[in-house]
Design a protein around this ligand. Structure first.
Ligand code: 5GP
Ligand code: 5GP
Ligand code: 5GP
Length: 216
């Protein structure tokens, strides 16, 4: 059989902490639409295989078409902001995520369903509330990776994977949270496999994203 459609097993929904994207050596630029809220934001909904490998750029002919998601634009601006420099309105980021990842599950989620699913999953996870409930706040303090994972597991019901990065002072910090999602994009599942990532260290910083330092 010729390769007609890219199959995949599950998704990662990857959410990032904007404070940890911005306080690194690379820094960040706020979107043209304004500084995002102090909340996790979507990085992407990534199709994956159970063995840890993943497909990408599966259909060069299925171009990103912003007219297909115009009804979602206010939610995308709020929950899927771009923080890369130079400042953008988000369309380049969404286009990149659709073309690299979204096209690999186009037989299951078309463009509109793909973005809507990611937005719905982000709301459902409500990571900032899950952490808040456990007393874990973006206050620049250090928390154990275990306690962060536990708080998310208690609230969402499934174990997340925590991805860390390093700020300009060399502190390891909470950067991204991965949760696994079934292939229809509707429900969280236990992860068939965790990404092979960087080490966090046992205690990591949860930096703020609200101080006056941010008035760039
Ligand atoms: P990084 O090396 O920063 O972790 O990942 C760079 C990019 O590779 C990500 O933004 C994403 O597009 C892709 N990527 C990394 N890990 C995975 C993965 O486990 N699954 C999928 N589908 N994409 C990944
Ligand atoms: P990935 O790592 O998903 O393959 O690629 C992310 C791409 O989207 C990079 O080219 C990055 O510059 C761009 N991008 C635009 N805005 C953002 C953002 O807010 N966060 C991240 N992680 N990447 C962004
Ligand atoms: P174990 O699986 O034995 O608990 O942990 C093995 C290693 O993986 C330890 O260094 C632990 O800190 C790390 N680890 C466990 N869960 C995560 C996670 O969600 N993210 C990252 N980056 N490391 C983790």
């Amino acid at each position: 059989v010729l390769c007609v459609s890219q199959n995949f097993d599950f998704y990662y929904i990857v959410q990032m902490w904007p404070g940890s994207y911005c306080d690194t050596r690379q820094s960040c630029c706020y979107p043209k639409t304004g500084k995002p809220a102090e909340d996790f934001s979507i990085h992407g909904l990534w199709s994956n295989y159970n063995d840890g490998k993943y497909p990408q750029n599966c259909d060069r002919g299925n171009y990103f078409d912003e007219s297909k998601i115009s009804d979602l634009s206010s939610r995308l601006v709020k929950d899927w902001p771009t923080l890369a420099c130079p400042s953008g309105d988000g369309f380049k980021f969404w286009e990149h995520e659709w073309e690299k990842h979204g096209t690999c599950s186009e037989s299951i989620l078309d463009q509109h369903s793909y973005f809507q699913s990611a937005l719905d999953l982000k709301n459902k996870a409500n990571l900032i509330q899950a952490l808040n409930t456990a007393g874990i706040k973006p206050d620049g303090k250090f928390y154990s990776v275990e306690s962060i994972k536990e708080a998310i597991k208690d609230s969402v019901g499934y174990e997340p994977y925590i991805d860390c990065n390093v700020d300009t002072s060399g502190n390891h910090q909470l950067y991204q949270v991965y949760l696994c999602v079934n292939a229809s994009g509707t429900d969280f599942i236990e992860c068939p496999v965790f990404p092979h990532g960087r080490r966090c260290g046992s205690e990591i910083e949860f930096p703020s994203f609200s101080s006056s330092r941010d008035e760039l």
